[in-house]
Ligand binder design. Structure first.
Ligand SMILES: [Zn+2]
Length: 155
């Protein structure tokens, strides 16, 4: 597989690679990235078909540890996480919409407090909040509902 090959209709492999590099990309990683891109296709459709730009996909261990805000055991290391921006939507809006369907889609959603959204395919469909300094908090159902109420009403 080449970086320019498509994983799904709207996402090429290169979009998940840092600088288009195939370093560390095993066949297992490709399988995971394919699963991830299919999930992103569902997300794209669910959010109204706005273009999605991946800002970080697969990371090598060296790259991940060089990112100050990255989690140690990040799902990005396995090709099971994507950071992205959705044109025309603010991250909190995107995150609220995804929280509402996380169990249906089988995704974990992060409140990043940044200009991007992170989703990953860990087995549990949790919502966690990035508190900075590599600290994270898992949201309760009540907190998730409150976030959706606060940000989810905007179309
Ligand atoms: Zn991420």
């Amino acid at each position: 597989m080449k970086p320019s090959d498509n994983l799904s209709p709207h996402f090429a492999l290169s979009e998940f690679l840092r600088g288009g590099s195939m370093e560390g990309v095993s066949s297992d990683i490709i399988v995971n990235l394919r699963m991830l891109s299919k999930k992103l296709e569902q997300i794209r459709e669910l959010l109204g078909g706005h273009p999605i730009t991946i800002t970080s996909g697969f990371r090598t261990a060296a790259h991940n540890s060089s990112i100050k805000t990255a989690a140690k055991g990040s799902m990005h290391l396995y090709g099971l996480a994507a950071d992205f921006v959705v044109s025309g939507l603010e991250p909190p809006q995107v995150q609220a919409k995804l929280m509402a369907v996380k169990d249906k889609l089988g995704i974990c959603v992060e409140i990043t407090h940044g200009n991007w959204t992170h989703i990953d395919l860990r087995p549990s469909c949790i919502v966690f909040e990035n508190l900075g300094n590599r600290e994270y908090k898992t949201l309760s159902l009540a907190e998730i509902k409150e976030f959706i109420r606060k940000h989810g009403a905007v179309a």
